[in-house]
Design a binder for this molecule. Structure first.
Ligand SMILES: [Cu+2]
Length: 358
């Protein structure tokens, strides 16, 4: 048994109610029409997560809603309008900011990020008290070209101090840590730096306690394109995240871009023969690893997106927290192809997705 397995094993023996039983109990509660108050923090009502998957297991694994009912899922729909964001839009809404040129002719991209405390629905009927950049989790996907100047203004409209810490090169004064770029409630701070090196990066809050500030939802993708560009492709951002909805130090819900099963209930439509490029970023707290595996295909892996040539050709990659990679693949034939975490427990808890290749 390696250190990671040992860590999982000791975690499970800790005497807490494990998260599967938690969700099954929750399903049973909601089936009786009740509402659950958990940990003094959360009101969860109508939750069918896992209970549905379990019911299907019990009935021989058949039945189902959507395209992958036999693999589990949730009953009902998350209200994207109430959340204020749609995972299907987050996939491709690259934000180039407010663009201008400085006196030297350099491209300047300006952004305003407002931190807002907001309850979001991460699975049907399962709510999480998030801290957000601009009301969404993950935050806006910043997209720049290597050498562009970024000016990102953080406006803190929440109840806690926050920062934006960018992975990439910048001066110490804009590192986005307490003492160097932290905005107290009601205050603001502007991070001004050059976007480099090129790659698939991330940003996140770095106020203390760090686990709280990241896990609550203060993170997002930061994509820096190489000056010479890359081949034409359909690009997507996939942030692997998890939510500890009862604040017991374990995630109860896993997802790509926040909403459990969003892309298995409504698969991502892609074209056969078209190059797909996904920027995959792991921000999952409380678990040492997350992973991605695509079915019936392999991908070219560009580690951290910092190279023009692939590092590896594979179908599964495991990632520690803040690790991120660019993957490229093409489906030649139409069909329904799932992709998911290969930390398989996460599948049942929401990290199951699918492509509909047309
Ligand atoms: Cu914060």
């Amino acid at each position: 048994m390696g250190p990671i397995e040992r860590s999982f094993a000791s975690h499970r023996k800790s005497g807490r109610i494990d998260r599967r039983r938690f969700l099954r109990r929750l399903g049973a509660t909601s089936a009786l029409g009740g509402a659950a108050v958990l940990g003094g923090h959360e009101v969860l009502h109508g939750a069918g997560l896992l209970a549905h998957a379990q019911a299907q297991e019990d009935s021989g694994g058949q039945g189902g809603h959507g395209n992958n009912g036999h693999l589990g899922g949730t009953v009902g729909q998350v209200d994207n309008a109430r959340n204020g964001f749609d995972p299907h839009e987050i996939l491709t809404d690259f934000d180039g900011g407010e663009v201008s040129k400085d006196s030297s002719g350099r491209t300047v991209r300006e952004y305003e990020f407002v931190t807002i405390d907001k309850e979001i629905e991460v699975a049907p009927g399962v709510f999480f008290p998030a801290w957000t950049y601009n009301g969404r989790v993950p935050g806006p996907t910043i997209r720049a070209t290597e050498g562009d100047r970024l000016r990102v203004k953080l406006v803190n409209a929440s109840a806690h101090p926050h920062t934006i810490h960018f992975h990439g090169f910048h001066s110490a004064s804009v590192d986005g840590i307490p003492g160097a770029g932290e905005a107290l409630p009601g205050e603001s701070f502007t991070y001004d730096f050059i976007a480099e090196p090129f790659g698939t990066h991330l940003y996140h809050c770095h106020s203390l306690p760090l686990v709280q500030h990241i896990h609550r939802g203060l993170y997002g993708a930061f994509i820096v394109d190489p000056k010479q560009g890359r081949p034409e492709a359909h690009e997507m951002v996939m942030v692997m995240n998890g939510f500890d909805t009862n604040f017991d130090g374990e995630n109860e819900v896993y997802a790509l871009n926040t909403v459990a099963f969003a892309y298995s209930k409504k698969p991502i439509e892609i074209n056969a023969g078209e190059l797909q490029r996904a920027h995959v970023i792991n921000v999952t707290e409380f678990d040492p690893l997350n992973s991605i595996h695509i079915h019936a295909n392999f991908f070219n892996l560009y580690r951290t997106g910092t190279s023009l040539e692939p590092d590896e050709f594979t179908d599964t990659i495991s990632m520690g927290q803040a690790e991120r990679h660019m993957i490229e693949f093409t489906y030649d034939q139409p069909g329904h192809f799932i992709f998911h975490a290969h930390v398989t427990e996460f599948i049942d808890l929401g990290w199951l997705s699918a492509f509909e290749v047309v």
